[in-house]
Design a protein around this ligand. Structure first.
Ligand code: ATP
Length: 892
């Protein structure tokens, strides 16, 4: 069907829908069953079986399996079966870790899937874009991605960028009328908007004509299978490090084997021991555990209302040194109430609570009737007319549907007894020039009942005053002169210094039959009617968040389109602006280039009356200064700065699809304090990753060294292959995962941001790995030597002792890994997951030692209480020796 050729009624009939009430839930169900979900099909996913087998593709694991097979063929059945069982359990562990990581990444993707506005059962509601069906009425505004293919039936200066479909990068103007041409291409269908194309200006409404794979985008969907890999810098660094570690582990293993053979052990035993050691010592599980830790951290962030869209951001968050944040709605509540009005030299106050349309007007402390003053009357009336917001009653509360600034104007007019429907019957809206943050104004063309046409403009007062030529003063039009401009300026400053957000209204009568084509023509030669000042209280939690950020070495910068004085007043209340810091306005910013800005940028705490384009300059200047910048935004024009920032942050509630797509982090509650919470979590996740890297690598060093030293000293094998593999399984498993869930240390937000270039072993981690690993190796070796000398004929006894000491030393060391400082620096048992992980590992150890059927498999023998005393003593040495040295340095 050629929807572009049909008019609105024909489309409605063809699709059996109604553009005034939309579809009913029943219709929707039927259509979804018939046409399926509104989704583009994705590429093939790796099957679970394949993922499981990929766990065994590691070279050393294959060598181990081959060696085991040989030992099985040679008659060592028990060993062979046990080793294969352990390798399979290890593979399963890796498989579940990877699956979990994959699933949570998928869940993340779904969480950040776009929402659209549809008309259902007569109500406009927001639903996930995948639930849209053919026949739905869809509404979209600047910054949205169109949710499906629609035939447009209403257009307000609507422009759409369709480059993904047509290759044309310039936005195309869209209209609502039928196009009576049969064979036209997509690029010429001006009354159609296509799925996934981007609304760059204005707003529109349309009837959905195709969904999912049936859309124009669906036809070319294979182009879109974006397999964006989401590895983080740390993961990449670990991959490189992994290669080095494999080499080191292999060299050491070869040394162990060679030393063993020279000392008279037989080649076959040494070979199997060597391969087991290599499998144990190579931290093949590390990347998967890192992904799990990252994604678990991401889940915790979701609970705190921050959604990470790009995994690398989790790491970058911990490095952030500046947060550039919008003011309105992010630092403030975005619950606006008009409290002050000014017109022609007179000021009024309005009272009332929230958005409830009840309140009184006062002048000079006495209550007045607002309709008695012509200018006040016009200001309220036109503020209501040039407005998209709606007031709704939800339960017992009045809420705004739309822009809160406009909502406040609406409520003020309602308090004076105006009704929007009545006004719309007196004034017909002919055209609209939507608000944008560059112009800072919005205008409509209206026609009254006598056929007279007017331009009504509302916008930032200082900007609007600049396009006025007269003012309504005591009921008359008066040309603007220096004196009157002075009055206006004083009134603006007076309201702004009380932290009020200000909006001015201007009007112009048009000569008959004038056709206004663009906003430049509309927004000039206006008459200034008056000002409305509204409170927008700061969010209570922001002041504290700013303070915490400061302690964490993170500077907060306010970037706002609002008036300089309003911004200053609020920034002072929040502790962002101090006596030492500066305020820069959009005008000054426009005159500077990035280099000039760079020179002063460290001193600036507030950028006011800026346009979105300025944000990019600010990001660049800060980055040139070496900062890691988090930048918030919500509109289409914010996207470049969000993208350029190290951490682009988009608003979940007020943010457009474009801003969200460009961002790495989405704030579900649009709240500044959530950025702080995310940074704290980001720092913690990174620290937790460091904790288990340290734990795993120190364990591996210990395992290799005990074998190496024993061979060099000409001793028997202190651990048999199956024991080595068991240790690896248990240490790589639960305790390491539990460290990934550790709580932050008390001072995570008291430290300076991390240097993004720091290596894996920075801040003493390398030393900790080597020193702890060395001590664990020595402790195990000593335990083995004592036991062996006491009972030279009972090698399994000495091996059991060595095995138990190694495991216990690691399980004690794991508590030390919780702190950068020492095991004594925090309550070692504060992480309940870790306590349970360690208890489970201990139980497994006892089972392996004392459960008779397992003894031949693990080459263990039961040991006595006195043995445990020695084992515990030696196993605790590495951790407590270093804790002691910590106490000594602390005392000094
Ligand atoms: P922030 O960047 O902190 O979110 P903001 O929301 O104040 O700041 P803008 O939305 O760009 O920034 O608004 C700038 C100015 O434009 C406001 O101070 C106000 O005077 C005016 N303004 C805001 N919304 C509207 C609107 N819907 N119609 C007309 N003027 C508006």
């Amino acid at each position: 069907m050629k929807f572009h050729e049909m008019n609105e009624t024909e489309v409605e009939q063809a699709l059996n829908t109604d553009s005034t009430s939309g579809l009913t839930e029943d219709d929707v169900k039927k259509r979804r069953n018939q046409f399926g979900k509104n989704e583009l099909e994705e590429g093939e996913k790796q099957s679970a079986l394949l993922l499981f087998f990929s766990q065994f593709k590691d070279f050393m694991v294959l060598v181990l399996l081959a060696a085991t097979l040989i030992s099985g063929l040679l008659g060592e059945y028990i060993d062979a079966v046990a080793i294969i069982a352990i390798v399979i359990i290890n593979g399963l562990l890796g498989f579940f870790q990877e699956r979990k990581a994959e699933r949570s990444l998928q869940a993340l993707k779904e969480l950040s899937a776009p929402q659209v506005s549809v008309l259902r059962d007569g109500e406009w509601i927001k639903i996930p874009s995948k639930d849209v069906v053919v026949g739905d009425l869809l509404k979209f505004t600047s910054g949205d991605r169109v949710g499906a293919d629609v035939r447009i039936i209403e257009s307000n200066s609507l422009e759409v960028e369709e480059s993904a479909l047509t290759g044309e990068s310039l936005p195309v103007a869209k209209t609502a009328g039928a196009i009576k041409k049969a064979n036209i291409g997509i690029g010429d269908m001006e009354n159609m908007a296509f799925m996934s194309t981007l609304v760059t200006r204005g707003s529109g409404m349309g009837i959905v004509v195709a969904t999912g794979m049936k859309t124009a985008m669906g036809q070319i969907a294979d182009l879109l299978q974006n397999a964006e890999t989401m590895t983080t810098p740390l993961q990449r660094r670990l991959e490189q490090l992994g290669k080095i570690l494999i080499t080191v582990a292999l060299i050491l293993t070869v040394l162990v084997v060679v030393a063993g053979v020279i000392q008279g052990h037989d080649l076959y035993t040494m070979f199997l021991a060597g391969v087991s050691l290599a499998v144990a010592a190579i931290p093949e599980g590390l990347p998967a555990i890192v992904t799990v830790a990252l994604s678990l951290g991401v889940q915790r962030m979701i609970k705190k209302k921050a959604i990470v869209r790009k995994l690398p951001a989790v790491e970058t968050l911990g490095c952030a040194s500046v947060i550039c944040s919008d003011k309105t709605g992010t630092m403030t509540q975005n619950k606006m109430t008009v409290t002050h009005l000014w017109s022609g030299g007179k000021q009024w106050l309005v009272d009332g609570v929230g958005y409830e349309p009840q309140g009184h007007f006062y002048r000079n402390d006495s209550q007045v009737e607002p309709k008695e003053d012509k200018a006040l009357q016009q200001m309220l009336m036109f503020g209501m007319l040039c407005n998209h917001a709606e007031i709704k009653r939800k339960e017992n509360e009045f809420v705004i549907d739309g822009d809160p600034t406009e909502g406040a104007l609406l409520v003020a007019a309602m308090k004076a007894g105006y009704n929007r429907d009545t006004l719309l019957s007196q004034f017909q809206i002919m055209k609209e020039f939507p608000f944008d943050s560059e112009r800072k104004m919005m205008s409509i063309v209206v026609k009254d009942q006598q056929g007279k046409q007017y331009i009504v403009t509302k916008g930032a007062p200082d900007v609007l005053a600049g396009v006025c030529e007269s003012i309504l003063w005591e009921g008359k039009r008066k040309f603007l002169n220096r004196e009157v401009i002075g009055h206006i300026q004083k009134a603006i400053e007076d309201l702004a210094s009380q932290a009020l957000r200000t909006i001015a209204i201007g009007v112009k009568e048009l000569s008959p039959n004038t056709i206004i084509l663009d906003e430049k023509e509309a927004e000039k030669g206006l008459t200034f009617i008056g000002l409305q000042g509204m409170i927008d209280p700061p969010r209570p939690e922001v002041k504290n968040a700013v303070k915490e950020c400061k302690e964490a070495g993170i500077k907060t910068v306010m970037i706002t389109g609002d008036h300089v004085i309003t911004a200053k007043a609020i920034a002072k209340q929040l502790g962002i602006l101090t006596n030492k810091s500066k305020v820069l306005d959009g005008k000054a910013l426009s005159e500077m280039n990035v280099d000039e800005l760079e020179e002063v940028v460290d001193d600036v705490a507030v950028f006011a009356r800026v346009s979105p384009e300025h944000k990019l300059k600010i990001v660049k200047a800060l980055q040139n200064k070496g900062h890691i910048v988090a930048m918030t935004g919500d509109g289409v024009n914010d996207a470049p700065a969000i993208k350029a920032a190290d951490i682009g942050v988009a608003m979940g509630i007020t943010g457009t699809d474009v801003a969200k797509e460009a961002s790495a982090l989405v704030l579900l509650d649009d709240n500044f304090a959530t950025i702080k919470a995310a940074i704290k979590e980001g720092r913690n996740i990174y620290e937790n990753i460091r904790k288990f890297i340290r734990y795993l690598l120190a364990s591996n060093v210990g395992e290799i060294l005990v074998m190496l030293f024993a061979m060099i000293l000409g001793l028997p094998l202190p651990l048999v292959p199956i024991q080595i593999l068991w240790v690896n399984l248990v240490t790589d498993g639960l305790p390491a995962m539990a460290l990934g869930l550790d709580q932050p240390e008390d001072d995570v937000m008291k430290r300076k941001p991390r240097n993004p270039r720091e290596g894996v072993f920075a801040r003493g981690l390398g030393w900790k790995v080597v020193s702890r690993g060395f001590l664990i190796g020595i402790a195990t070796l000593l335990a083995f030597i004592f036991a062996y000398h006491a009972n030279p004929d009972d090698l399994p006894y000495a091996q059991t002792i060595a095995f138990a000491t190694l495991v216990l030393a690691q399980l004690i060391h794991v508590f030390d890994c919780r702190s950068e400082k020492s095991v004594l620096a925090r309550n070692p048992f504060g992480n309940k997951y870790l306590v349970w992980a360690v208890i489970s590992s201990l139980i497994l150890l006892f089972v392996v030692i004392y459960y008779p059927p397992l003894q031949p498999i693990f080459h263990t023998v039961p040991i006595e209480m006195k043995d445990w005393l020695m084992i515990t003593g030696l196993a605790a040495v590495p951790t407590f020796l270093l804790a002691g040295s910590f106490l000594m340095t602390k005392r000094k």
